[in-house]
Design a protein around this ligand. Structure first.
Ligand code: F6R
Length: 256
């Protein structure tokens, strides 16, 4: 894991945006995995401002709530079109977001996995992290080799996400999410975390044991994972000074 601690969330986001811009210039038909939530909002704004060419890009979103329509204002479909897809030249047919209204949920999840493979696999997966260490909606104790499937949100995640809905009662109980095994097959992973609320989850994921109690800790086994943090999210890392030192001393050819 490469831990990149920047002076603030804006700077950490810029590192992530530059990495995605570089991927698109090297591989215009890249396959990108995307996340929703508060964390990537600034990243999407920055990507929109960069006016990149997305015509050949294919995207796969991590997750979607079960039981709400794509038109629901809090669906992840709405989130993605409002915050990214509606402002770039991506082709609608190349956008993939789990269908929260699928009748045959296991069948839909299996077809989502097949689509990722048919697209050539994910080149870069953007991730946020839950306060409990979830990635996608793979909550603690999720199988570390799981595939796309239905999951039950924890009471904590429903509480955390109530801010997007009118009340906690309106937050769905279930979601469809790429599995941890699915995420781990991405060639490159870019995890972003900002704010003190994420500090414990980040410290456990980066410096703790690999355990399904903190699903993000499996990223220690991924060969190309970058973790972009602001100082608050990094505040519980024991080796934070070392990570800063490493980043400052990167060989020129590795700099972002
Ligand atoms: C969303 C997702 C989740 C979020 C996580 C953090 O697609 O996969 O894992 O990244 O819940 O959410 P925020 O960014 O709102 O703190």
């Amino acid at each position: 894991m490469e831990i990149i601690i920047q002076p603030d969330a804006e700077a950490a986001t810029s590192v992530a945006a530059r990495l995605i811009a570089r991927l698109l210039s090297e591989k215009p038909n890249a396959v990108i995995g995307l996340a929703t939530g508060s964390t990537p909002l600034r990243l999407y704004q920055e990507l929109v401002g960069m006016k990149l060419d997305w015509r050949q890009v294919t995207t796969f979103n991590l997750d979607e709530y079960v039981g709400i329509s794509p038109q629901h204002p809090q669906s992840y479909h709405s989130f993605m079109w409002d915050n990214l897809f509606g402002h770039i030249n991506i082709s609608v047919k190349n956008v993939n977001i789990p269908d929260g209204l699928a009748n045959d949920i296991p069948g839909f999840c299996a077809s989502y996995e097949r689509k990722i493979i048919a697209a050539g696999g994910i080149d870069l997966q953007v991730l946020g992290i839950g306060t409990d260490g979830h990635i996608g909606f793979n909550e603690p104790t999720s199988s570390l080799s799981s595939r796309t499937r239905i999951k039950t949100l924890t009471p904590q995640t429903r509480k955390d996400n109530a801010r997007f809905f009118g009340s906690e009662a309106e937050v769905p109980h279930h979601c469809l999410t790429m599995g941890i095994g699915t995420i781990m097959e991405a060639r490159q992973i870019l995890l972003l975390a900002f704010g003190a609320g994420k500090a414990k989850a980040i410290a456990e994921a980066v410096e703790g044991p690999i355990t399904a109690r903190n699903p993000a800790s499996i990223l220690q086994m991924h060969p190309v994972t970058k973790v972009c943090l602001d100082p608050a999210a990094a505040s519980k890392l024991e080796l934070q000074e070392y990570y800063r030192w490493v980043y400052e001393h990167k060989p020129v050819w590795q700099q972002l």
